[in-house]
Write a protein of this length. Structure first.
Lengths: 338, 338
């Protein structure tokens, strides 16, 4: 399967017994080549290992036509939905998309920035979860970069996110305004270390203060890790430990779905006994029973803004990092019906 | 951002004022390089556009170190979970992973095979949904290829799948054996054109015959497209049209989740009134209320088998296509409790 870089259009044309122009037409997938001719050219291309649209040509232009999207876990519904949008957008600009999973590990996040793909990609879209701004600054190479999500970005790097504090505040106020008095927050336990949890909990606290609502550290329900299973266990534990609450702001939809299972297992009715709010508006938020009230980030705007900034950087734009916020909605469904 | 292919380790070493060995150590991310030295070398690499682990070197060896996974839609939970496994496995072999969405369109599926990535990838994992075996044979290039899923593969191509007929039969028998008498099948409507639906419906029919159960074409509930929304609409339509059933074999978990919402909307209790079986065992199957009984394909074995065959092809193995089956389990949860 070796593909010597030296094979040329001429070599293919000679082997296939056609003109160079015909080979070029086949390579560009023009429609007006006869099937039998196309088959003969394709056969010569395969036999010689000729590389059309080639890496070689891409190297000559300094572009590879590839971008990477580095994210914690592709199977998390929010990231899967985001990756689908990024893939479609990349396709529209004729970029191929590399997917990199970091599993939220410091080592993998550093490797992404250090340029595991250096020379392979023209640009990088990266949602870090554990790196801080100083580390991002230290490890980033020269590849054009846009950061997604809630982590603090260094002042040199473009960054797109939703206003997490405002959104968490809106979610919490929604529960308080419907008459709930003991609203709990379900999130990661290493509060001070996880940027997203910290921002969302800040919005939760600010709503409680603004509303003069009951506030108790017992109402901060810790999860040992992200995801529906950990959320389910955390909510069952809290209930068994005697924590009483009639509203629950969840870190994301997956944890809300886990929480709803825990509430069902312990005989609580949603929304009568406990109102539940999630975050992300993943597809499944419409198929829980009852449907899940949730923060819906404007994912389309997120991806569009990201590509605009990334393309400007790939086209050579310099200057300090830009920080853009995209909008969100609170989508009210049955899980908080009053 | 041009990166001339001609920049060498020597150039970098000269600009950074260090030895070639030091540059090499930085490129290979050895730990015993002083941070200040690393920073200087990195700066020289960035300024010169040197390409370590380079495409150039990959071209020289005839390998690019990349494989592609082409699938209908990354945001569908089954494919997202599969992509996560493929990504992890690829990482273990030090391959980078390109993701290609086809949206199940004939044009995109042809483009995948024709080698939109030709020269860019060492191998291709492809789950087609509409191409037939003749088209796969016609359009495939010389890139090592393994097909996933239920579509008929040409005899030249490696292919991995679950025995869909046996699994659908097991799902249907499970409902019949628990005393259900009117078991319906929810799937794509263009029955004869969609390979997966055809195989699964075949298993459903064979179970009905074996059990001597009631069989009526009214019990074939068509969806206009795949996914939870279409399933929900289809089941509401069937119920409103007077179709009576006490068991439902669904095309996949997403359609089962849509069906469960339709049943709730129309006042049917799962499992008392209708037992529901899904397919894929996506994460959400454990968080529906009640939990969803489902066919669990052995996804880990699927991915492991795929990589074994792909690597053999990339290492030059010739010979006819191999067809391998991986196992499945019927996972019984509350949606079919008797």
């Amino acid at each position: 399967m070796t593909r010597p870089a030296s094979v040329t259009l001429q070599d293919v044309a000679a082997l296939a017994g056609v003109s160079i122009k015909t080979v070029s037409n086949v390579v560009r997938e023009y429609q007006h080549v006869r099937p039998s001719t196309r088959a003969r050219v394709q056969d010569a291309i395969d036999r010689l290992g000729y590389v059309p649209h080639s890496i070689a040509r891409r190297l000559a232009t300094g572009r590879t036509g590839m971008i990477a999207f580095a994210l914690p876990a592709i199977e998390a519904p929010y990231f899967a939905e985001l990756a689908a949008l990024v893939s479609t957008e990349a396709d529209g600009f004729d970029y191929r998309l590399l997917i990199e999973q970091t599993a939220g590990s410091l080592e993998d996040e550093r490797a992404v920035l250090r340029g595991r793909e250096r020379g392979l990609i023209d640009g990088l879209i990266f949602q870090p979860t554990v790196l801080d701004a100083a580390a991002i600054e230290e490890f980033r190479g020269s590849t054009p970069l846009v950061l997604l999500g809630e982590i603090a970005a260094p002042p040199t790097v473009d960054h797109v996110m939703v206003d997490n504090t405002a959104a968490a505040r809106a979610a919490t106020l929604h529960l308080l305004q419907s008459g709930r008095t003991r609203v709990a927050f379900l999130g990661q336990s290493a509060w001070t270390e996880h940027a997203t949890t910290r921002l969302r909990m800040g919005g939760y606290r600010s709503a409680l203060e603004e509303f003069g609502a009951f506030r108790d550290d017992d109402l901060l329900i810790p999860m040992t890790r992200f995801g529906a299973f950990s959320a389910e266990a955390a909510v069952v534990d809290a209930i068994e430990a005697g924590v009483r609450f009639d509203g629950l702001v969840c870190f994301d939809d997956l944890s809300a779905i886990g929480a709803m299972k825990a509430l069902a297992r312990t005989g609580r009715i949603v929304p009568d006994d406990v109102g539940v709010v999630g975050w992300d508006d993943i597809l499944m938020a419409q198929f829980t029973n009852p449907g899940l009230t949730t923060i819906r980030p404007d994912k389309a705007a997120l991806v569009r803004t990201t590509f605009r900034m990334l393309r400007e950087r790939m086209d050579g734009a310099s200057g300090p990092g830009r920080h853009e916020l995209v909008g969100f909605d609170l989508v009210v469904r049955g899980s908080t019906a009053s």
